[in-house]
Design a protein around this ligand. Structure first.
Ligand code: NAD
Length: 361
């Protein structure tokens, strides 16, 4: 097979159209593994469910809410504050060691959403003075091609963080590819050892996955108390739902997970003081799912058709914002909530990795 590998150094931002810049989300989607009994598996149930009603279809639902004005978390602003501190540290590292943190991204194929997410990461690296390298491989490449790219970056001393943009084309063996990634450079935190350490008391993972870390950062910076609170995480994927629930437990919340097979999810969420939704189902979380005064973090980002937008689509969250903002005391918007913070956590992980490898404090 004729393999074309293109490597950009800090250039993707200039290669991609300007109109993609409004997207602030990082997305590496991957369906979660469900241990289904043979009888359940034979039903071939999808691990997702899309409500057929939009936010607007229950006109009088808001009347029952005790309306209040919530704090809408400005994820962009918080991200900017953190990024400016990262930039200071990068400058400091460059001054003392003559080196900067380096992030390598491996992108397989031409998915529009993946291109956008990679673009956002590269721009973010540029802004804080980090080095970034993107290796692009064709959709029909082989496992070995991706593994070779991973191994090349594993050995490269100027690279401190490597990420493989997910999802990969179906024919590729994601597990095998991620296993090739050097643990010390796994800035996405998806390595089984990182995940295992996250779940064990008294053990510390080298990296915490970026989106879950972003959710906790948003909660803490908004002054939301986590310890002792009832938290519900909607979704149990390896990259968002599961690690978010583990992280909330580490912060001493009492955590319940709701997933596609959960019965009466609204009953469970309406008892929670913190709800993190990561289902990828637009308008899933309605006003009556939320307890008055609760905090709602919306991780979901789904493209929905919008002829009035330049791209013909816009990104929406899982939460019916207009309804929920009347009940919640703190809420994140989409876009502008979790997305920018996720990219920022990637920068934090890359900086931490470089500091560890270069013995820089
Ligand atoms: P996924 O498809 O791998 O997992 C979705 C999870 O939601 C599954 O565990 C499933 O059981 C659950 N689910 C599906 N339908 C449900 C329903 N009706 N009720 C309850 N649970 C349901 O997706 P993912 O990779 O975890 O991503 C979730 C969402 O978060 C997506 O919209 C994705 O684009 C977004 N995302 C955003 C960021 C960000 O930075 N903002 C980062 C990663 C992912």
């Amino acid at each position: 097979m004729g393999l074309v590998a293109v490597t950009w150094m800090n250039c993707l931002g200039r290669c991609l159209p300007q109109k993609t810049r409004f997207l602030h989300t990082l997305k590496g989607r991957q369906s979660d593994q469900i241990l289904m009994s043979p009888s359940l598996a034979s039903l071939d149930l999808p691990d997702t469910w899309t409500p057929n009603s939009s936010c607007q279809s229950i006109p009088d639902i808001r009347k029952s809410f005790n309306e209040q004005t919530p704090t809408v978390i400005d994820g962009k602003l918080m991200a900017t504050e953190i990024r400016s501190k990262i930039a200071d540290q990068v400058r400091q590292m460059k001054k003392c060691l003559g080196k900067v943190p380096g992030l390598a991204v491996i992108l397989v194929g031409q998915r529009r959403d993946s291109l956008t997410y990679v673009h956002n990461k590269i721009i973010a690296c540029e802004e804080v003075g980090m080095k970034s390298v993107v290796t692009e491989l064709p959709t029909d490449c082989a496992d070995a091609d991706v593994q070779n790219a991973v191994m090349r970056f594993n050995k490269d001393p100027s690279i401190h963080g490597i990420l493989v943009q997910l999802p990969l084309p179906q024919h590729l063996d994601e597990e095998k590819i991620l296993d090739a990634l050097c643990l010390e450079k796994d800035v996405d935190g998806f390595h089984p050892l990182n995940m295992g350490n996250l779940s064990l008391r008294g053990r510390e993972p080298l990296f915490i996955p970026c989106t879950p870390k972003a959710c906790i950062e948003l909660l803490i910076r908004s002054g939301v108390k986590i310890m002792g609170k009832k938290a519900v995480v909607i979704g149990r994927s390896n990259i968002v739902g599961l690690p978010t629930s583990l992280l909330l437990q580490r912060h001493h919340a009492t955590v319940t997970i709701v997933h596609a097979f959960t019965e009466n999810p609204e009953q469970i969420t309406s008892e929670a003081e913190i709800v993190v939704s990561a289902a990828g189902v637009p308008s899933l979380v309605r006003g009556n799912w939320i307890k008055s005064g609760a905090t709602v973090i919306d991780v979901g980002t789904s493209p929905v058709e919008d002829p009035s937008s330049e791209d013909g689509y816009r990104l929406v969250g899982d939460v019916c914002f207009e309804e929920v903002k009347k009940v919640a005391s703190v809420i994140t918007p989409v876009p502008g909530g979790v997305g920018p913070m996720t990219v920022t956590m990637l920068l934090v992980n890359t900086l931490d990795s470089a500091k560890r490898m270069l013995n820089f404090t």
